[in-house]
Design a protein around this ligand. Structure first.
Ligand SMILES: [Zn+2]
Length: 315
């Protein structure tokens, strides 16, 4: 085995992933950061619900997904590990921190300097997340609305340094802009655009220009709120996928839902509670993509299988 993908249930041969969703969650709970965690009220029932969703995802033909909830945002590692052990799809967990536009910045991220933050990420990747021995396979970082705050910048730089030390992949959250600035920060730390996944592409005022700007620099991007109709209808995503594949960029694009079985606090940002359908792309979006656009099976295979396999492999 050359490289590997680090899942919640151990390291995996990348070829074993199969179709993979690049940006999902099991739970989001900003109450955890605010000192009032809400999610694990009835943990056994919640674990059962999460396993049920993973069984549905497997039945829809998928082999893996990422869990992109970072530290303090409802990343209940023990719960996720139990779900992963019982799940027919492989799940990749994340270290990292969220941005500070929608929620206060995590106090650990604020308090640690760049070196200590880098060490924290490295420890979560190589030893275990939080107080567990379950290792992160992804670094999730984020920038807020209209700017990159000094703490967000420190987090992005630490992520880049942790990647250089461990080979762990990086996925970023865009709020509404700052995509080029994220790549600039990574480049300053010696991490190329082709090494990172920029997610939530498609929300800038000119979504096509935003996507093209990233793809031209070689970045990997994800269109990942497909089906989440409080944001955009299918037509928006069909148009974007058709556009970027027609221009030869299928090798850098991935698709996902940004779903969560439970989400507490999300209503602050979106006005909605959890979007928990992990099968929408398989059931609704792909049939429309095949019927209504010239996107080919080869391009779909690249977006769902080859690209996630490549970007999630430690390198
Ligand atoms: Zn997300």
């Amino acid at each position: 085995m050359g490289g590997f993908v680090r899942t919640l249930t151990g390291d995996l041969d990348p070829a074993a992933l199969g179709p993979t969703l690049i940006h999902e969650h099991l739970s989001v709970d900003w109450g955890e950061m605010l000192g009032r965690p809400k999610v694990p009220v009835d943990r056994a029932a919640l674990a059962d619900r999460m396993v049920g969703k993973m069984e549905a995802l497997a039945a829809a033909g998928f082999g893996a997904m990422t869990e992109c909830t970072p530290v303090g945002c409802g990343r209940y590692v023990d719960l996720f590990a139990e779900v992963a052990r019982r799940s027919p799809v492989r799940i990749i967990g994340s270290t990292g921190f969220f941005h500070e536009s929608w929620c206060p910045i995590h106090p650990i991220a604020a308090a640690l300097d760049l070196d200590a933050l880098t060490d924290l990420f490295i420890r979560e990747i190589t030893e275990g997340m939080g107080d567990t021995l379950i290792r992160a396979g992804l670094i999730k970082v984020a920038t807020g609305q209209g700017r990159i705050s000094p703490v967000e910048e420190k987090i992005l730089r630490a992520a880049a340094r942790a990647r250089r030390a461990t080979g762990c992949p990086i996925i970023t959250h865009l709020t509404d802009s700052m995509s080029q600035e994220q790549l600039d920060l990574f480049a300053a730390e010696g991490v190329g655009a082709d090494e990172v996944i920029i997610s939530h592409v498609g929300f800038a005022p000119d979504a096509i220009a935003e996507a093209e700007g990233l793809l031209r620099r070689g970045a990997n991007i994800s269109f990942d709120r497909i089906g989440y109709r409080v944001f955009h209808p299918d037509e928006h995503w069909l148009r974007l996928v058709e556009h970027v594949t027609a221009r030869g960029w299928a090798g850098q694009v991935m698709l996902s839902h940004d779903a969560a079985v439970v989400a507490h606090g999300l209503e602050i940002a979106s006005g909605e509670n959890a979007w928990d359908d992990y099968t929408y792309i398989a059931r609704v979006f792909l049939p429309r993509l095949r019927k209504e656009t010239p996107v080919t099976e080869e391009q779909i295979h690249a977006m769902l299988v080859l690209n996630p396999r490549r970007v999630l492999t430690f390198a």
